[in-house]
Design a protein around this ligand. Structure first.
Ligand code: HEC
Ligand code: HEC
Length: 203
């Protein structure tokens, strides 16, 4: 019986993810709807600004920039926090107060902003680029702009990137993605720092 309830819950979560994707696609395809969603999203994001910064560019190194992030990825991460499939004390609590509609509007709003590239040492950039091109570009793209379900990494904070990659590599449980964990398995700590510096420097 318990197993059955679990399966039904999983099925329900999948269905709501599929419906959210279809809604998002419809909004993105219509310029007027997109603009209206972005404006509503800016308002709905009024308390996200405290940590994620004005226009999604965060001043806190451990808090990710949301500016320019792919909207389907943002929506999926919000869903994951809500479902407990991604773990962070603050985010899991905060996401609960958002209505489904607000989640979508916030994702559209942040996706339309631009993160500024950071300044990094040339030697770190060069070392990081070699690793990135070899191990990461096939999924995250040559310019690290990602795609629908793959996150943009260009211009992201170094500290946040290092934490995220280390968590996937060491399978600590905050973030679950087997493909990411295998992809970053070969990286030493120094490699992770170099890749993060390279990514931060990208526009
Ligand atoms: C108290 C600070 C704080 C507030 C307020 C906050 N966040 Fe976050 N957010 C974080 C931190 C820290 C992380 C990174 C968690 C991790 O390391 O996995 C994060 C991660 C995220 C991510 C994942 C980004 C990525 O690149 O994977 C999304 C999406 C997000 N937040 C959306 C929101 C939204 C929407 C709001 C407002 C409703 C909000 N956050 C409010 C601290 C905050
Ligand atoms: C097989 C495809 C694939 C490869 C190869 C890959 N990634 Fe990923 N990456 C993903 C996916 C999918 C996600 C989102 C996973 C999730 O939902 O937690 C992700 C997430 C991330 C995140 C979290 C971003 C954020 O905003 O929180 C970072 C950082 C990252 N990848 C870095 C890398 C680096 C560095 C490499 C190369 C060493 C790499 N990835 C290789 C598919 C890949």
């Amino acid at each position: 019986m318990k197993r059955m309830a679990g399966l039904l819950l999983m099925f329900g979560l999948c269905l709501s993810a599929v419906a959210a994707d279809a809604d998002l696609r419809a909004v993105l395809a219509d310029p007027a709807a997109r603009q209206a969603a972005a404006e509503a999203g800016r308002k709905a994001a009024f308390f996200c600004v405290n940590c994620h910064g004005e226009n999604g560019v965060s001043k806190l190194p451990e808090v990710p920039n949301l500016a320019g992030q792919n909207p389907a990825y943002l929506l999926e991460q919000i869903r994951k926090f809500g479902a407990g499939q991604r773990r962070d004390e603050f985010m899991q609590g905060l996401i609960k107060v958002l209505k489904e509609e607000e989640r979508l509007q916030i994702a559209v709003f942040y996706a339309g902003q631009t993160p500024p590239p950071g300044q990094q040492e040339a030697s770190q950039i060069a070392a990081g680029r070699l690793l990135y091109d070899k191990l990461c570009a096939r999924c995250h793209g040559s310019a690290a702009h990602g795609s629908e379900v793959i996150p943009r990494l260009a211009g992201q904070h170094v500290e946040y990137l290092v934490t995220a990659v280390t968590r996937y590599r060491d399978r600590t449980g905050e973030r679950l993605d087997p493909a990411m964990s295998s992809a970053v398995a070969p990286l030493k700590n120094a490699d992770i720092k170099a890749v993060a510096a390279y990514l931060n420097s990208l526009p």
